[in-house]
Design a protein around this ligand. Structure first.
Ligand SMILES: Cc1cc2nc3c(=O)[nH]c(=O)nc-3n(C[C@H](O)[C@H](O)[C@H](O)COP(=O)(O)O)c2cc1C
Length: 321
């Protein structure tokens, strides 16, 4: 998710689940070809399995970008066919590509020829006034001809005119049944459902109908729900580490990055929701929001944040007669 799932966010999420597949933000093929690759593609090896999501619609650019991504060790390349932002539409990619399945097929084919890792697609159930029954089948059927075996489907349409990207994640109604039907009609493809899944447990019910689930906003806003993923989906016998333990491991990560010159706030912004729903959540969030942005802020800010949480937890309620 753009501006959210950068490398620091993913490193944090990996502490919560050792098995979930993590995705990068969408990075345009052009940026990879012409931009600062270390900044765009750098990641920690602990993040595996990690998928590089690309944006673009030029076959040659996408193939080159995929090759570069594979050479950086990414486990999979995913093509974004779901982003509705005007900037992305202007570049003729993202959700707009749902109208041109043949072009997407050619892009996927070019990428698959360029790499030895899977190339997958993330799409919507349709755009604008497309008939979501026929258009989605047509899209998936055509793109599968190139050899794409995995489709992650955000179970709502995107409206390219009139709705902001945020509204396009909220206003068009969710239609999980349409994604279930896609799986029935394409049983040999791996269909992953995305959209509106609020917890690891909540995602489980979908597995009666599809092959996998993807969590977006819920996992970012309330990251500790990811701590349930290994147990719920992968039968991990171990209980999840507690929040404090996750936090201590993150402090070690942050300390190493600070020494490399990363600003504390670039990392802490992703962990503000760690204690959501727990005593101390507010003081944790506030302390990090205020202190981590200060020039020269170091990991002591993190240690103090944990101390405040512990204090809140220990505080006995005072009864006033
Ligand atoms: C801030 C933000 C950025 C996003 N960026 C991307 C992106 O780069 N690529 C993508 O495929 N989807 C992106 N999405 C969409 C999510 O991946 C997901 O499809 C959508 O939020 C619906 O799933 P959810 O209800 O689990 O959040 C973004 C969503 C948000 C909130």
């Amino acid at each position: 998710m753009m501006d959210w799932t950068d490398r620091h966010c993913r490193a944090f999420h990996r502490l919560l689940s050792s098995r979930a597949i993590l995705y990068t933000e969408m990075i345009t093929a052009k940026a990879i070809l012409h931009g600062d690759r270390k900044k765009l593609l750098g990641y920690s090896k602990e993040e595996h399995p990690v998928v590089l999501q690309l944006g673009g619609s030029d076959v040659h650019e996408l193939a080159q970008a995929a090759r570069i991504g594979a050479s950086w060790g990414y486990d999979e390349i995913n093509l974004n066919v779901g982003c509705p932002s005007p900037r992305v539409q202007h570049g003729q990619f993202g959700a707009a590509l749902m109208a041109t399945p043949e072009l997407v097929r050619n892009c996927v084919s070019g990428m698959l020829q360029a790499v030895d890792i899977p190339v997958t697609v993330k799409c919507r159930i349709g755009i604008d006034d497309q008939d979501e029954q026929t258009a989605l089948d047509d899209f998936v059927g055509t793109v599968a001809e190139a050899g794409c075996r995995v489709f992650v489907v955000h179970a709502r349409k995107a409206w390219l005119e009139g709705l902001s990207p945020k509204e396009n994640r909220e206003v068009p109604p969710l239609n999980w049944n349409r994604v279930y039907k896609l799986k029935r009609d394409f049983p040999d493809l791996e269909i992953v459902l995305n959209g509106g899944i609020s917890s690891a447990e909540a995602g489980l019910a979908h597995l009666d109908h599809v092959d996998g689930v993807m969590l977006g906003r819920a996992a970012y806003q309330n990251p500790y729900l990811l701590a349930e993923v290994d147990r719920v989906y992968f039968d991990s016998p171990e209980g999840p580490p507690g929040r404090d333990e996750i936090f201590r491991r993150f402090v070690a990560y942050a300390e190493a990055r600070c020494e490399e010159g990363v600003r504390l706030h670039q990392m802490t912004r992703h962990i503000l929701g760690l204690y959501q729903g727990e005593p101390g959540a507010r003081v944790f969030r506030r302390h990090l929001s205020v202190e981590a942005v200060k020039p020269g802020a170091g990991v002591q800010v993190l240690r103090d944040a944990l101390r405040f949480v512990e204090k809140t937890r220990e505080a006995k309620p005072v009864l006033v007669a």
